[in-house]
Design a protein around this ligand. Structure first.
Ligand code: FAD
Ligand code: NAD
Length: 478
């Protein structure tokens, strides 16, 4: 007779492993089922995020940025570094070590918190039963009072660009290149396209990004998106908007890509092609027919605001349900669901989830854009401050970008914060807290910020909402 649990979580990504740990902390008997196994047959924890997503991409972004700094910026600071070169294989090995340490760390956390880790593919076979099929094909059924599905997502594939080993790759393949391609094509100017395009551009690839939409980063405030586009272009990313890819063909060592734009049919040749046109839920086969849990046409499991499915004892979280596909969103949902199962009241504020694009400079935002607020009929006032006027930004050699705050014209409540600048991903936490606490722009303006910090730009942007920025001549004065 297999063990019975209070909670079984399917999937050990940042949604699932966090949910299982929280459930155990709440005194529940918890298990997590993970199907990913290493070459030596051990379960791999951490999901997309730790293995082929957030962490490895950031390891490459950091290394490639330091390379650019050493090559181009050190001299101006008086540092003589001589000829700087990049050993791509060593950069990759460092990334692999970071991933190994972190995933091993999750295994330790699960064990330390008393979570039972079960290797195998989990399937919800009834409202309170999970069947797990291990790597030898042996199926075991476990009983659980509650089930959390955290199966995550996988890259979308499109018919015009079928993957071809090592030549036409998705994001996972693009994290594995062992040398810098001379000509790199990227399909999709979304977050992955800009991050991975930046990595290889910094290491010397000629990068062309083909984006089907006419707008660049439509989810970011218009002024910030425009400045970001300009900065990335200056770095050498050739971003072609309104370019819909229609076909690709591998010819020897080259990939020929066809696309259409306003001028008609175009053709371009690359050495490697990265396809990053979005991700889709990884839910096929996770729920047995007849359990009564609904998925939508794209495979997302249908849930309410508290991640309950249509079956009361089954929850679903993270990338396999609606909302942004972000690790921190998955983890927060995991915590919320564990707390609800433990009998506590819990909810999430989906309006205050931060987003960060880890280019240089970083792009980070939370809440509404000026354009979204206006489209909703909200009258707004805004304040912006350029990093060019920040002493710390000058000292840091990072004067590009700006911080912008969008506030309700009537109540002064902060509705959004959008930043492009060095460490924007750290600074945006102030916007998240402002939204969570219902702060006004004046609250931020009356707060004492340490000097000299990049965050002073947020302070000045808050002051600028009323035309009172100190280190800038304000466009409007009161
Ligand atoms: P996943 O991380 O996908 O984990 C799901 C787990 O479930 C996997 O381990 C899978 O093997 C397992 N599983 C699936 N089905 C079963 C089954 N039937 N039985 C057992 N196990 C199963 N997000 C950020 O917030 N910040 C970033 O900087 C960032 N960078 C990214 C960079 C890249 C290149 C990519 C691809 C993604 C990035 N993301 C980032 C997105 C982030 O990785 C995901 O949002 C996050 O991993 C989702 O977590 P999850 O737990 O829902 O799913
Ligand atoms: P995305 O949705 O961010 O961008 C995909 C882009 O591809 C879109 O702009 C779309 O218009 C374009 N596109 C689609 N079909 C096309 C075609 N035929 N030709 C040209 N362009 C086409 O998706 P992504 O970049 O693959 O990222 C997937 C998910 O992973 C995102 O939801 C994101 O949240 C998450 N992620 C987050 C981070 C982060 O938080 N820093 C980093 C990487 C990934």
């Amino acid at each position: 007779m297999a063990d019975k649990f209070d909670v079984i979580v399917i999937g050990a990504g940042p949604g699932g492993y966090v949910s299982a740990i929280r459930a155990a902390q709440m005194g529940l008997k918890a298990a997590v089922v993970e199907k990913w196994i290493s070459e030596d047959g051990k379960p791999v924890f951490g999901g997309t995020c730790l293995n082929v997503g957030c962490i490895p991409s950031k390891a490459l972004l950091e290394a490639s940025h330091k390379f650019v700094e050493a090559k181009h910026d050190f001299d101006g600071m008086g540092i003589q570094a001589g000829d700087v070169s990049m050993d791509v294989k060593k950069m990759m090995a460092r990334k692999d070590t970071i991933v190994k340490n972190l995933t091993g760390g999750v295994a330790g956390l699960l064990k330390g918190n008393g979570v039972t880790a079960i290797q195998g593919t989990g399937k919800v076979v009834s409202s309170k039963q999970v069947e797990v099929t291990d790597q030898d094909g042996k199926a075991t059924t476990y009983d659980a009072d509650n089930i959390v599905v955290a199966a995550g997502s996988v890259p979308v594939e499109i018919p015009p660009t079928p993957l071809v080993d090592g030549m036409v790759v998705n994001s996972t393949g693009a994290l594995e290149f062992q040398e810098t391609p001379k000509r790199l094509g990227v399909i999709g100017a979304g977050i992955i396209g800009l991050e991975l395009g930046s990595v290889w551009n910094r290491l010397g690839s000629e990068v062309t990004v083909l984006e089907a939409m006419d707008d660049f980063l439509p989810m970011v405030d218009g002024a910030i998106a425009k400045e970001t586009q300009k900065l990335l272009k200056k770095q050498g990313l050739d971003i072609k908007l309104g370019a819909r890819v229609t076909g690709s063909e591998v010819k020897g060592e080259e990939v020929v890509v066809k696309y259409t734009d306003a001028k008609g049919e175009q053709e371009v040749t690359f050495d490697k092609l990265i396809v990053c046109v979005g991700r889709k839920p990884y839910t096929e086969g996770v729920i047995a027919e007849g359990v009564g849990i609904e998925t939508d046409q794209r495979g997302f499991i249908q849930v309410d605001d508290q991640c309950r499915t249509s079956v009361p004892s089954v929850y679903a979280i993270g990338d396999c349900v609606r909302g942004p596909m972000l690790a921190h969103k998955a983890s927060e949902e995991g915590v919320m669901v564990a707390d609800i199962i433990a009998g506590h009241k819990a909810e999430m504020n989906y309006d205050a989830i931060p987003n960060v694009i880890y280019t240089f400079p970083e792009v980070a935002w939370v809440g509404l854009t000026e354009q979204e607020a206006k489209a909703k009929g909200i009258e707004v006032k805004t304040g912006s401050f350029p990093f060019a006027a920040s002493g710390r930004a000058m000292a840091n050699n990072a004067t590009e970008g700006q911080a912008k705050i969008i506030a309700d014209a009537e109540t002064d409540r902060v509705l959004g914060m959008h930043i492009v600048g060095q460490h924007a991903g750290e600074m945006v936490a102030q916007g998240v807290i402002a939204l969570e606490f219902g702060s006004s722009a004046e609250d931020l303006a009356l707060t004492c910020y340490a000097h000299p910090t990049m965050s002073e730009a947020v302070h000045e942007a808050a002051l600028a909402v009323e035309g009172h920025a100190i280190h800038m001549v304000n466009r409007k004065k009161k």
